[in-house]
Design a protein around this ligand. Structure first.
Ligand SMILES: [Zn+2]
Ligand SMILES: [Zn+2]
Ligand SMILES: [Zn+2]
Length: 323
């Protein structure tokens, strides 16, 4: 792969030929050609969250020892992932011999828990009109629901006051629990567009030019990858990292820096005595913008399709070559 910030120098004779064809003017004068690549920096951070809480468990019915302090070894316990679903527990561990009769985690010791039928509101959707307040008739209109008088709700039959006796603790507010360490993983994706010209080019079509792991569990690594970045990219990375610090009670597993780029060539030229600007993309130098006088929407549409195609091809070739 090329260096992260590398970009090809625009070939002005090709640009001139292309513009002549687009403008149907073979006396075009190219005033300035430069690479105005639109770039985007993405940082993907896989974070592991751990939490410690007491959860309901089956009471073994035999005397238990004093619970130990799992907080002491919080990050030291090695846990194999059991599940790959994001934001679902990936691993969990019950502290040995931590079983004890404690405050019930379901009702927090109240003995009463919010009614699961009405969510504590004491009313549910009317079962006759399903909460619409009206019932459609055969002629296509509707009449007011007689059951709820159009009120849409009926009183909850499961409870009277919004709460029900807590089942896990049998209304006592105390239950058998164990100390459980729960591990969750989550991948955050943050991005920042570094340069955007012209604004009509969709960022969706950009191709990945570099992908580097810049941090792992042991900490920051491969600082040379960051050193490869030019000043605007580096500033964007620094800003992203500052804006999104690792949350508390979490640990970074990996952090990957991805630089994407849409190769856009900006041209200033003179045609038939009028100075204009154009933006060209891809090997075919397709116009994505022309200023003034040509509506950009048509070009933007063409360009979006081309860019997406080019990005897909680029990605495919990179995957192939990366192996
Ligand atoms: Zn309870
Ligand atoms: Zn009703
Ligand atoms: Zn209820």
């Amino acid at each position: 792969m090329d260096a992260i910030a590398a970009s090809a120098a625009p070939d002005s004779s090709r640009v001139r030929g292309r513009l002549s064809a687009i403008m149907r003017d073979d006396r075009i004068e190219v005033l300035d050609v430069h690479d105005e690549s639109m770039r985007r920096v993405r940082i993907e951070t896989s974070v592991e969250f751990r939490s410690l809480s007491r959860v309901l468990a089956e009471d073994p019915g035999v005397p238990i020892d004093q619970p130990r302090d799992l907080e002491r070894v919080f990050w030291d316990v090695a846990l194999e992932p059991v599940d790959a679903f994001l934001d679902e527990p990936r691993a969990q561990l019950d502290e040995p011999k931590s079983g004890a009769i404690t405050e019930c985690p379901t009702c927090l010791g109240n003995g009463e828990a919010p009614c699961d039928k009405c969510g504590g509101t004491t009313r549910v959707n009317c079962e006759s009109c399903r909460g619409h307040g009206a019932i459609p008739d055969k002629r296509g209109s509707s009449s007011i629901c007689k059951f709820c008088q159009g009120q849409k709700f009926q009183p909850c039959r499961a409870c009277k006051v919004g709460t029900l006796p807590c089942k896990p603790c049998n209304k006592t507010g105390r239950a058998y629990t164990v100390q459980r360490l729960i591990v969750k993983w989550h991948t955050r994706k943050e991005s920042r567009v570094v340069a955007e010209a012209p604004p009509e080019v969709s960022v969706q079509g950009v191709g990945v030019v570099a992908e580097r792991v810049v941090r792992n569990e042991q900490g920051a690594l491969a600082s040379e990858h960051l050193a490869e970045l030019d000043a605007p990219l580096r500033a964007a990375v620094d800003a992203l990292l500052a804006e999104h610090p690792a949350p508390e009670q979490s640990k970074i597993k990996t952090q990957t820096l991805i630089v994407e780029r849409a190769p856009v060539i900006a041209v200033r030229f003179r045609s038939r005595g009028k100075e204009q600007r154009a933006w060209l993309v891809g090997d075919a130098l397709e116009p994505v913008g022309l200023e003034p006088s040509v509506p950009m929407s048509t070009y933007a549409l063409i360009a979006a399709v081309l860019l997406i195609g080019a990005a897909a091809a680029l990605l495919a070739s990179m995957r192939h070559g990366a192996g």
